[in-house]
Ligand binder design. Structure first.
Ligand code: GTP
Ligand code: MG
Length: 232
């Protein structure tokens, strides 16, 4: 995925270790660590698949019932090892497997883009009433936008992943937003790739103003859609 689709990850070139100079002991550590990491990431990928399948089923149900689809697009991403380490460092947490599982909510990320604001809340309700989904945290940046002007509904959920012998509750961050909110966020996100000092206040103010305009447009589009529905 590209630019904003990495969600918030800014990936720089990490220094790669020199290959070929390891002792056998180091090599066996390498296999252990690599295997463990692969196993953990497989759980996060599986959790993403489960959420995507749930969203897909909800969309199909609407198609069968000849109702309008509340979901426009779904995008998913898994956090790179580099940004997992950076985020743990940033949060002053140990860089270990246990720590990443405990301290990071967004190793698995799913972004759901909806046509209208009310769709966001219906998709939220449809997901949260499913018995295998547990809500861990909810941030409603639509009711309470960030000071940048950012709007979206964020859910951190836990979903079970069943392996041959074990069951794991895996956390997934779900960001729900309208097409217009997504358009805004992808442009505004570029600010995060720049130095604080490089972004003039005028641009921040302009983006904030546009976020307000977009929010108003979202509400107006919804009102028109509702009026149209009453004509059916
Ligand atoms: P972090 O993931 O560390 O930020 O922790 P948090 O739990 O406080 O997350 P938060 O609810 O602030 O949102 C996390 C994600 O939402 C980010 O990784 C972005 O994808 C998105 N996000 C939050 N704020 C902004 C913003 O101002 N602009 C844009 N473009 N995206 C944002
Ligand atoms: Mg995040």
């Amino acid at each position: 995925m590209s630019n904003e689709d990495d969600f918030e990850d800014v990936i720089e070139n990490p220094d790669l270790p020199v290959l070929g100079a390891d002792s056998p002991a180091n090599q066996s550590d390498f296999y252990k660590i690599a295997f463990q990491f692969q196993k953990i990431m497989m759980l996060y990928e599986s959790a993403i698949k489960q959420v995507e399948t749930k969203l897909d089923i909800l969309n199909k149900e609407n198609t069968v019932n000849r109702r309008r689809n509340p979901i426009e697009t779904v995008k998913s991403r898994i956090k790179s090892p580099d940004s997992i380490a950076k985020k743990l460092e940033c949060k002053k947490k140990p860089i270990t497997f246990d720590s990443m599982i405990t301290n990071l909510n967004d190793i698995a990320g799913v972004r759901v883009i909806c046509p209208y604001i009310s769709d966001i809340y219906s998709v939220r309700d449809m997901l949260l009433k499913q018995p295998d989904i547990t809500l861990i945290k909810e941030n409603d940046y639509i009711q309470n936008p960030k000071k940048s002007g950012y709007r979206s509904l964020h859910l951190v959920i836990e979903i079970p992943v069943y392996l041959s012998k074990t069951e794991h509750n895996v956390r997934v961050e779900i960001q729900l937003r309208t097409i217009a909110m997504d358009f805004w966020a992808s442009l505004e996100h570029q600010i995060h790739y720049k130095n604080e000092a490089d972004v003039p206040d005028s641009i921040r103010r302009e983006l904030f103003r546009v976020a307000e305009t977009i929010a108003m447009t979202d509400r107006e589009m919804e009102e028109i859609a509702l009026e149209l529905q009453t004509l059916d």
